[in-house]
Design a protein around this ligand. Structure first.
Ligand code: NAD
Ligand code: WQD
Length: 339
């Protein structure tokens, strides 16, 4: 049985990926410092898979503690690196914390992998690095734009660190996955997204408004150059996203890479406007969303959706779950956690 180290494995995307890895017969060791997640997530994973992953409460900024995990689990064959700070707005207020956490965690992980002869890493990147692309849908070869937030810049720098490490002649092999907008929850409603405080992202704000936790959803702008004037994104189901990680890990372990660093867009290939997402939520759940059009949010781009043809062809992976089913899963999760 292959052992995979999942950093940030109790977080939103990490927990769903852990489930999919375990259901594919892999053994998972999680590293998480629980700064943005809860230990109880492990119970949810156990309830779904019938088994608990190994869990190490470790901060990746601590190199000694990170190395100790590799010593404890000599069978680790590959890593998936989710652990990072991810709030765009907060990163503008606390840039140093973002650079320290997101860069140092990756560097420590790569150092540990080198020392313990682990070559394979899947890295969580983001469509934020494309900024507002000139051509749509956006392909992996679209130019990387100057980052508009320290968070976005950490993703660009992390990709550069990985590129330089591979170019140095090290044995490290990388698949960087650029996620578009991950949404939804596991169909069991045993794991899902747990935003702390007021959510910045659209879907948790919709479900919290529908359940009465927030009075109203602000729709940021209806004067964009889009069919209904609201901004367009590519919303990808988190379980579809998680499955792509299983494919990527197998590709690395089976030596199927065409080059030592590969990059793939992970999205559905379809853009939806904010107003379309609200309508889809209402029709999927029968709930009304109290919303109001307000001014644009600073820093937002107008539209972005993925060209997924390379991921589809090379990985043999495709997003399968439709938006209504996805939003129903988010709603079921919201109802479960408010009980
Ligand atoms: P999340 O915050 O739910 O999960 C990240 C986990 O990492 C948390 O459990 C947190 O406690 C842990 N963590 C953070 N710093 C750590 C450290 N120094 N040591 C150990 N653990 C640490 O976030 P998520 O939404 O699951 O995102 C996972 C990854 O995907 C991140 O790298 C994020 O930047 C990237 N990403 C997310 C999105 C999105 O919209 N959610 C989009 C694109 C990319
Ligand atoms: C989606 C759309 C908002 C909230 C962010 C990060 C990006 C990536 C994914 C990590 C936008 C609108 C939102 C609300 C609204 N993360 N909206 N009312 O901004 O596309 O991307 O998450 O890498 O880096 O920037 O996602 O969910 O915040 O917004 O109208 O209350 O919904 O304006 O058009 P975004 P989001």
């Amino acid at each position: 049985m292959s052992t995979i180290l999942v950093t940030g494995g109790t977080g939103y995307i990490g927990s769903h990926t852990t489930v999919e890895l375990m259901e594919s017969g892999m053994d998972v060791v999680i590293i998480d410092n629980l700064e943005n997640s809860k230990k109880e997530v492990i119970d949810g994973i156990r309830e779904i898979t019938g088994k608990a992953p190994h869990f190490e409460e470790v901060d990746l900024r601590n190199r000694t503690a990170t190395f100790a995990v590799f010593e404890k689990y000599p069978d680790i064959e590959a890593t998936i690196h989710f652990a990072a700070y991810k709030a765009v707005g907060e990163s503008v207020e606390k840039p140093l914390a973002y650079y320290e956490n997101n860069l140092l965690s990756l560097i420590n992980l790569l150092e540990a992998m080198k020392k313990f002869d682990v070559a394979n890493i899947v890295f969580s990147s983001s469509c934020t690095i494309y900024g507002q692309p000139e051509e749509m849908p956006v392909t992996e070869s679209a130019p990387i734009q100057v980052a508009t937030s320290p968070y976005g810049n950490t993703k660009q720098i992390c990709e550069e660190i990985l590129r330089d490490e591979v170019a140095s002649g090290s044995t490290t092999r990388v698949i960087a996955l650029r996620y578009f907008n991950p949404v939804g929850a596991h169909i069991s409603a045993k794991i899902g997204e747990l935003p702390l405080g007021i959510p910045a992202n659209l879907v948790p704000f919709i479900t919290q408004t529908a359940i009465g936790l927030r009075e109203q959803l602000n729709v940021f702008g209806n004067d964009y150059d889009t069919p209904d004037g609201s901004a367009i994104r590519d919303y990808i189901n988190v379980v579809d996203l998680a499955r792509a990680h299983v494919v990527a890990i197998k590709r690395l372990m089976e030596n199927k890479q065409k080059k030592p660093l590969e990059v793939f867009n992970l999205g559905t290939g379809t853009g939806l406007s904010v107003l379309e997402v609200i309508k889809a939520f209402e029709s999927a759940t029968g709930e009304k969303v109290n919303y109001k059009i307000v001014a644009r949010r600073e820093g937002d781009i107008e539209k972005v959706w993925a060209d997924t043809s390379i991921a589809n062809e090379e990985l043999g992976w495709i997003a399968e779950i439709g938006i209504e089913e996805t939003l129903r899963s988010a709603w079921k999760w919201e109802q479960t956690i408010r009980k």
